[in-house]
Design a binder for this molecule. Sequence first.
Ligand SMILES: NC(=O)c1ccc[n+]([C@@H]2O[C@H](COP(=O)([O-])OP(=O)(O)OC[C@H]3O[C@@H](n4cnc5c(N)ncnc54)[C@H](OP(=O)(O)O)[C@@H]3O)[C@@H](O)[C@H]2O)c1
Length: 310
Amino acid sequence: MSTRRQFLSQSSAALAGSTLLGASSWSSLAAAASERTMLKRTIPSSGESVPAIGMGTSGSFEITQGSPEYTALKEVLKRFFDAGATLIDTAPTYSNAEDILGPLLADAKLRPKAFIATKLSGVVGRDKGLAQFQKTLKSLRTDKVELLQVHNLGDWKTQLALARELKEQGKVKYTGITHYLDTAHDQLADVVQETKPDFLQINYSVTNRGAEERLFPMARDLGVAVLANRNFNDGKLFNQVRDKQLPGWAGEVGVTSWAQMFLKFCLSHEAVTAVIPATGKPDRQSDNLKAGYGPLLSAAQKKELIQLVG
Ligand SMILES: NC(=O)c1ccc[n+]([C@@H]2O[C@H](COP(=O)([O-])OP(=O)(O)OC[C@H]3O[C@@H](n4cnc5c(N)ncnc54)[C@H](OP(=O)(O)O)[C@@H]3O)[C@@H](O)[C@H]2O)c1
């Protein structure tokens, strides 16, 4: 399937329950995203679709078992899966996040519904990578994961080869490579070009749009799915809009909060498969999930938002 067709197929997944538009432009298709069904995007390498609102565990899951934060996370996960979301991004180096996520999913019998994206992180050499992966499976109380990513390009040749080996063995469904800094975009792009993983993960927000230059067009051309991290610049974006009103057209795109606006901005780029905001607070989780419904932003709305947020 050509990559153009793959992206149109991504777009059409967003049209669940609505009429397929004759026009093939992204803006026309985006404008028709469903009011009732969470937006889904297609993983180009397989054709499988995933809900476009995911979540991260950095910070939010690095808490003590049995604490009030642990109880809150049960509700955070319940709301996530109740809304039809599935994709959770984590890492063995987010201190104890995997030891918290695993039991929470197992106790609520949610593991079968989850699309777990974890990482080979901060390790050098095949043996260390394999040992870390085995520990990850134990922590997550599972025998396989949906996505195994090489974290921040660390020892990437060896670790990507290992991830591919594990994919061959059926212990991993997809492979990927991540980073979170603008300064790493060029190196990440070179590695993606050379290795064509199933996924890349990179920072992307209304004020950090460097991924639009090389990474997103490359993902489109090569058929690589994209996870966008740091959609709130690690929370700093909320300070930037503290004294600002949402644009007058927010209601037209079904947006009632800045969190929804920031996530919708990211999802309005055709290359983004899913966003992965992190929160340990149930009401914020509900807020974030709402960005997966209703129309996406037009080019003019995106431009206005960029100027407004500054
Ligand atoms: N190299 C990599 O692979 C890499 C690097 C960075 C991040 N990531 C992934 O991306 C995920 C997200 O990145 P991130 O956690 O760095 O940053 P982020 O999602 O941009 O921001 C998280 C911050 O936003 C706050 N927040 C979340 N929802 C909110 C809402 N609705 N209203 C107001 N505040 C809200 C959170 O506070 P509360 O928790 O208090 O709600 C937290 O302080 C990570 O968890 C991780 O999975 C990967």
